[in-house]
Design a protein around this ligand. Sequence first.
Ligand SMILES: [Fe+2]
Length: 150
Amino acid sequence: MNRTDIPVVDLLENIFMRRKATDYGDEPISMSQHMLQTARLAERANADNTTIVAALLHDIGHYANEFPHCENNGTDNDSHELIGAHVIEQWFPEVVTDCIRYHVQAKRFLCSTEKNYYDSLSQACKASFLSQGGLMNSVEILNFRKISTL
Ligand SMILES: [Fe+2]
């Protein structure tokens, strides 16, 4: 991992301010608003601060090209969760990067195990669902249970 000396809050503020209008699929909100909205929902659900930070940064991989130490400049949806965990791991504890790393798997798991979860997703989230692997099979469900608290 290549480290950068840029203070993380300055870097994140800069990204959120400059990229605040970046589209989030066909949603009426931007990508930055989506991440803020997710953090707000975590806060309202009385999540701990670590979870709120993870929610705030869960899609930071879409801004991978903003991180000088990131060798992957792709900003498409493929692997954005892995790239996001990678670009911030030098500043945040593993519990935060794991939330980011596994948020797509968590969506797939919840859609596969909770009857109405898929219907509760936004259109952009539904649109990305199939390209992210769709429903989990029984082996994937078992494996995900082993690494999560869901
Ligand atoms: Fe995401």
